[in-house]
Write a protein that binds this ligand. Structure first.
Ligand SMILES: [Mg+2]
Ligand SMILES: [Zn+2]
Length: 202
C-alpha cells in the first residue's frame, strides 16, 4: 500500500505558483485531537468534533497557516476500515468543520501497520508524510506547529525544529505527558496549543 494523500486539489493549486514563499503550517493529528477517538472509526455518521476545534482552526486560518492533518490509520492495514470508509469519514469531518467556517487544508494518512503490512516510513512517529506535506505545500517546518494527543504527534517537532505541543486526552499515557513536558510543551486544549504554536502566548 502506498502512503495516502487526500485532497489532491490542494496540491496542484500550491504547486502551480511560480513563486513559492515558505510559510508555517499546523500539523495536526486527527483521532483524539480533531475528532473523538472511537477506535478504527469507519462510520461517517459517528464522526464527532472535539469541543472547540472549529474555533481553534479558524484562528489558524485568520493567519493563513495551512491546517494539515497527519494521521495513522492502521485500521486500513488491519482490514477494519475500507478506503471508501476512511474517505467518507474525512469528508464528514470537513463538512462538520465547514458548518462553523473552519477547514482542513490537506490530509495525509498512513494506511499501514508493521504487523499487517510490514514496516513503512510514513507511520508516525515516522516523518515521511510530513516531508511529503512540506514539499506539497511549501512549508517552513521549523516555524510550524506539531500538535496531537500522543507523543508520536509532537515528536516530529524535534526533528524539524518546530514547536511540538501535546494536548493530552483520555488516551494519552502519563509517560508521554511527562516526556512532552520535558522535551517540548503541553497545552490543555487545541485552542491553547494553536495559540502556542503561532506564538500568541509565551
Ligand atoms: Mg490521536
Ligand atoms: Zn505507512
Amino acid at each position: 500500500m502506498q502512503l495516502g494523500r487526500a485532497g489532491a486539489e490542494q496540491v496542484s493549486e500550491s504547486q502551480s505558483s511560480p513563486l513559492r514563499t515558505l510559510r508555517p503550517a499546523l500539523f495536526l493529528d486527527r483521532d483524539g485531537t480533531i475528532i473523538r477517538d472511537t477506535g478504527y472509526l469507519r462510520d461517517p455518521n459517528a464522526v464527532e468534533l472535539m469541543s472547540g476545534v472549529a474555533t481553534a482552526l479558524r484562528l489558524a486560518q485568520q493567519l493563513h497557516w495551512p491546517v494539515i492533518v497527519i494521521t495513522n490509520q492502521s485500521g486500513l492495514a488491519r482490514g477494519l476500515i475500507k478506503p471508501a470508509e476512511y474517505d467518507a469519514v474525512r469528508k464528514r469531518t470537513g463538512a462538520l468543520l465547514a458548518e462553523f467556517g473552519a477547514r482542513i487544508d490537506a490530509e495525509y494518512f498512513c494506511p499501514h501497520h508493521p504487523d499487517f503490512s510490514g514496516p513503512c516510513d510514513c507511520r508516525k512517529p515516522g516523518i515521511a508524510l510530513y516531508e511529503q506535506a512540506i514539499r506539497d505545500h511549501a512549508i517552513d517546518a521549523a516555524r510550524s506547529g506539531f500538535i496531537g494527543d500522543r507523543w508520536r504527534d509532537v515528536a516530529p517537532a524535534l526533528h524539524f525544529g518546530g514547536r511540538g505541543i501535546l494536548v493530552p486526552g483520555p488516551g494519552t499515557p502519563l509517560d508521554e505527558i511527562n516526556r512532552a513536558q520535558a522535551e517540548c510543551r503541553v497545552a490543555p486544549t487545541l485552542q491553547a496549543a494553536i495559540e502556542a504554536a503561532i506564538g500568541r502566548v509565551a
